[in-house]
Design a protein around this ligand. Structure first.
Ligand SMILES: Cc1cc2nc3c(=O)[nH]c(=O)nc-3n(C[C@H](O)[C@H](O)[C@H](O)COP(=O)(O)O)c2cc1C
Length: 277
């Protein structure tokens, strides 16, 4: 729980007003157990009289990122599917993980754990098993028995397209191919206890997105990997092999490495439709 040092408190009430869970009794100098440990009280206190769980107050430094430079950065971040053979060093991985302490999560629940694969054999194995799991799953729903039934029950599934996709996937699945991991030297798995109504899935994509942006400032490329998350959900032996704790689900996967390609032009996509109400 954060600690309030009342002797230096000027009772400006900023902490009380900014607390999302009405947890602060400033007269008593206490914080009750509705506190979600978001640290807003610590962050807002002008006298630095509220100490976080970690006991250290770290002053914010002004950021140098301008709106224009963020737009330029966003335009230049593309999915990387072509990596140099060079490893991502441990310090860089640690830097990326350390920065995750700044990323938000629903109710500040912070359920995510990170597993990072860097061993070649592990990455080759996740690549292979993901491909096999997906081929099997698509094979089942596009089988001559199930397909006609599903076409009636779930016309939106686009089963013909899925069948054609499976054919392409199978053809590409050679021992040297890395059609899931694209020979990336690191694979980050964001996992958390699986819950029906929790928001770990959103947390995971937020953390993976911030990580992708941070990685790009370090000259690294990334690729979100829906194939891996889908396969991991379906295949228990994969979860066991990669040490995902029992009851956890892999909610996001991110390939990471030094990009082999450099993009020169914007993608030329349209902005989304917007409606103001
Ligand atoms: C949630 C999500 C899952 C994705 N899964 C994969 C994947 O499994 N394999 C892959 O090569 N790309 C994957 N992508 C990358 C998209 O295909 C990519 O963002 C899209 O083609 C646009 O390209 P860009 O990211 O370079 O702008 C994924 C992207 C998102 C957001």
């Amino acid at each position: 729980m954060p600690i309030i040092e009342l002797e230096n408190c000027i009772k400006c009430m900023k902490c009380v007003n900014d607390c999302p869970s009405d947890a602060i009794d400033i007269e008593a100098g206490s914080i009750n157990d509705t506190c979600i440990h978001c640290g807003h009280c610590v962050a807002i206190c002008p006298e630095s009289t509220i100490y976080p769980d970690s006991q250290d107050i770290i002053k914010l430094k002004p950021s140098q990122v301008s709106p224009g430079s963020f737009q330029d950065l966003s335009a230049g971040i593309r999915t990387c599917r072509s990596y140099l053979g060079k490893e991502v060093d441990k310090d860089t991985l640690e830097l990326l993980v350390d920065n995750m302490k700044h990323y938000p999560s629903a109710s500040n629940a912070r359920p995510l754990k990170i597993t990072i694969l860097t061993k070649r054999e592990a990455i080759a194995s996740i690549n292979q098993q993901t491909a096999e799991t997906l081929i099997k799953s698509i094979g089942q729903i596009t089988s001559p028995v199930l397909m006609p039934i599903l076409q009636v029950l779930a016309p939106k599934l686009e089963l013909r397209r899925l069948k054609a996709y499976k054919k392409q996937f199978v053809a590409r699945q050679t021992p040297e191919s890395s059609q899931v991991c694209h020979h990336a030297p690191a694979v980050l798995l964001f996992h958390a206890p699986a819950t029906k109504y929790g928001m770990a899935s959103a947390d995971a994509y937020i953390w993976a997105s911030y990580t992708s942006i941070f990685a790009s400032t370090l000259g690294l490329g990334t690729c979100f990997n829906g194939f891996i998350t889908t396969a991991m959900k379906r295949n228990k032996s994969m979860r066991l092999e990669f040490g995902i704790p029992a009851g956890h689900q892999v909610y996001a996967a991110l390939l990471l490495g030094h990009p082999k390609v450099k993009y020169k032009n914007e993608a030329g996509r349209e902005k989304p439709e917007v409606k103001y109400i």
